[in-house]
Design a protein around this ligand. Structure first.
Ligand SMILES: Cc1cc2nc3c(=O)[nH]c(=O)nc-3n(C[C@H](O)[C@H](O)[C@H](O)COP(=O)(O)OP(=O)(O)OC[C@H]3O[C@@H](n4cnc5c(N)ncnc54)[C@H](O)[C@@H]3O)c2cc1C
Length: 347
């Protein structure tokens, strides 16, 4: 099945049918994998993109198929170390400082203005690198720009996550996949997260509905809670003995870009029509779905592009990662010699 790349016009379901995959295999393996990786149903998702996921996972190494859980929130996981690294490289992070406008002049981005009145002008920087989501970046670009048109062609695919609390646990599994249900995944937060982050005396779970259909998306939080709790009770009968004590629905409407066969070709490269403006983000053309891994790859691609454009840019991570200096900066900023040594030897 994986010997031949699907056509760029094929959806995952067309491709699976052409490859004579059985109904039960599609239902129990390919569909859950597709929805988890691409946040889109098999009828809509691009077969080409799904194929690249399968090649990297099923045909990859054992660790490429591992499920990785963060024991802390993602901000805590990434932000603190990242800030120390940026500071150590001479940079500065501004938190809660939204970009308000981008001012362009001919082939250059002249300045960035923020909501709180800051301005970053091109005479003080070599390159601007945007990591904004596509729907935000698109709205800040000139109407006639080709990048804006690309951004406008890419639609959004939502994710609903219901965090809920019960008085007693009903499973000892950290993660459960649901088949034939509007709900796809249930995560036991007590078994995954650091204990101090959880609100004792409750047991905390999160249920995920990827790419929900419109009839679910339009429901109120209470109605979504009702559907999810009914599904949990149906598929994990032990949960009926637990009392649902509270819930919080996180609706992420633009959770991921919708990569169907039509929109895939609009994923842009890091280089833009402006000479000093480079873009990154999970939605750019990485060959991977919109995931954390895709976002990281896009950042590396953008940094490499900046390095290739100017020999003077010594401060991007890609450009100096092979230099001793970078290793020392990392050691100073991150502290943990063993981890840095390992990272450095892999780079
Ligand atoms: C509910 C949910 C669950 C997910 N689960 C997984 C998962 O299990 N595994 C996985 O790999 N991926 C998962 N993803 C996808 C993953 O989060 C993204 O692929 C990744 O965060 C993309 O990184 P990014 O840097 O491209 O964009 P983002 O993480 O979206 O970063 C863009 C940043 O731009 C900021 N921003 C927006 N507007 C402005 C503005 N005007 N000015 C300044 N800043 C602005 C935003 O605040 C944000 O911090 C999930 C996403 C969601 C929504």
């Amino acid at each position: 099945m994986l010997h031949e790349k699907p056509s760029e016009r094929e959806s995952v379901s067309d491709w699976l049918r052409r490859k004579k995959q059985s109904v039960s295999l599609i239902r129990s393996l390919w569909e859950p994998l597709c929805v988890a990786a691409l946040n889109l149903s098999i009828e809509q998702a691009s077969a080409e993109l799904f194929y690249s996921v399968l090649k990297k996972t099923i045909l990859g190494k054992r660790k490429d198929l591992s499920l990785i859980f963060s024991r802390v929130g993602l901000s805590e996981l990434f932000s603190n170390e990242f800030e120390r690294l940026i500071n150590a490289c001479g940079g500065k992070l501004f938190f809660r400082t939204s970009v308000w406008s981008l001012e362009f002049e001919e082939n250059y981005l002249k300045s960035i203005k923020t909501v709180d009145g800051k301005e970053f002008a091109s005479d003080s920087v070599d390159y601007f690198l945007s990591a904004l989501p596509w729907h935000i970046l698109g709205s800040l670009l000139p109407k006639e720009s080709s990048l804006r048109k690309n951004c406008e062609f890419i639609e959004q695919s939502p994710i609903l996550s219901l965090y809920f609390w019960v008085d007693r646990p009903f499973t000892d599994q950290p993660v459960i996949g649901f088949l034939d249900s509007p709900v796809q995944w249930l995560f036991s937060r007590n078994l995954i997260m650091d204990k101090e982050l959880l609100s004792f005396p409750f047991y905390s779970y999160v249920a995920v509905i990827s790419a929900p259909p419109k009839n679910i998306l339009s429901l109120s939080s209470k109605e979504v809670e009702k559907i999810i709790w009914k599904e949990v009770n149906r598929l994990i009968p032990r949960s009926i003995e637990s009392k649902l004590c509270g819930s919080f629905l996180f609706k992420s409407l633009g959770a991921t870009p919708k990569f169907d066969p039509t929109s895939l070709k609009y994923r842009p490269h890091p280089q833009t029509e402006w000479k000093n403006f480079v873009i990154a983000g999970d939605w750019t053309d990485t060959g991977l779905p919109a995931t954390i891994e895709g976002a990281i790859l896009s950042g590396k691609k953008a940094a490499r592009l900046i390095d290739s454009l100017t020999p003077l840019s010594k401060l991007t991570l890609a450009g100096i990662s092979k230099e001793k200096k970078f290793k020392n900066i990392l050691l100073q900023s991150l502290g943990s010699r063993k981890e840095v040594e390992e990272q450095y030897n892999h780079s």
